[in-house]
Design a protein around this ligand. Structure first.
Ligand SMILES: NC(=O)c1ccc[n+]([C@@H]2O[C@H](COP(=O)([O-])OP(=O)(O)OC[C@H]3O[C@@H](n4cnc5c(N)ncnc54)[C@H](OP(=O)(O)O)[C@@H]3O)[C@@H](O)[C@H]2O)c1
Length: 248
């Protein structure tokens, strides 16, 4: 049966939005591969989803580690022979320290590590897995961004400056458009979306949305029909009652 199921990889799915996206994809019959950089954390999440009756697979994956990505890709090829859906969810937001709140004081090391996780790792895992999509000319890539990275509204919005985070997510947006351009005409669709401010470890308790709400747009983009959106930026569906495109 697994052969006929769509196979989805969700990065950083041991907690927060990644777990919820995995849960919702699994609930609609997609074979989800949970991944995490810490194996114990990932297996605990797998156990949690199993206790809910969901059949998810697991493999360790540190998206910033070249060898980890290679090992994961080899395992995926040998075990499933393909991948249909990639959700680039893993991310960091190191803006809690005061010096990280201003471009005049932000540490370049912080910039570098944030870009490494939030942008370069998205490119690395996409480069690794797109060949497993090309085999069947089918793929859906969902990049998790934020409306804080809309260049169109950055000059006027009310969000904190958060330089390393916002600039890295601008990189995610740029990567999404360029990758979609390169894949234009194929059945591999690449889109980004903003899940909204959510109650996760990253979002904190004051956030207005839950991860469950934030995951809806990921499921929508992960299951787009052939000929669906390519290289677009979406808002969280719960807030707008449906798929709404944001301006880059
Ligand atoms: N929360 C919000 O309000 C909000 C808003 C807009 C966008 N987003 C985006 O949504 C995504 C998920 O955020 P979240 O709120 O769920 O954050 P979170 O609770 O902090 O979870 C982040 C996840 O990313 C993983 N991760 C970090 N570095 C990794 C690496 N090198 N390799 C593999 N996994 C790694 C973490 O693993 P560990 O447990 O090992 O650290 C964790 O599973 C992020 O891309 C974030 O930027 C969040």
């Amino acid at each position: 049966m697994t052969d006929q199921k769509k196979i989805a990889v969700v990065t950083g799915s041991n907690r927060g939005l990644g777990t919820e996206i995995s849960r919702q994809l699994s609930q609609i019959g997609i074979q989800v591969i949970l991944t995490s950089r810490n194996e114990t954390d990932g297996l605990t999440t797998k156990q949690q989803l199993s206790s809910e009756g969901l059949d998810v697979d697991y493999h360790v994956l540190d998206v910033t580690d070249k060898v980890s990505v290679e090992n994961f890709t080899n395992w995926l090829r040998e075990t499933y022979g393909k991948v249909d859906i990639l959700v680039n969810n893993a991310g960091i937001n190191p803006t809690t320290k005061p010096e990280e709140s201003s471009l005049l004081t932000v540490q370049l090391d912080t910039m570098r590590s944030t870009f490494d996780t939030n942008v370069l790792a998205v490119l690395r895992i996409s480069q690794a897995l797109i060949p497993l999509m090309k085999i069947q000319n089918y793929g859906r890539i969902v990049n998790i961004s934020t409306e804080m990275a809309s260049l169109n509204s950055v000059a006027n919005d009310y969000y904190p400056l958060a330089p390393s985070y916002r600039l890295s997510k601008l990189g995610v947006n740029g990567l999404t458009v360029l990758l979609a351009k390169e894949l234009f005409g194929s059945n591999i669709l690449v889109n980004a979306y903003s899940p909204g401010w959510m109650k996760t470890d990253m979002g904190g308790d004051n956030a207005p949305f839950t991860a469950e709400e934030g995951a809806e747009t990921a499921v929508y983009l992960a299951t787009l029909p052939d000929g669906g959106a390519q290289g677009q930026f979406f808002a969280e569906m719960r807030k707008f009652g449906g798929p709404i495109q944001l301006q880059w």
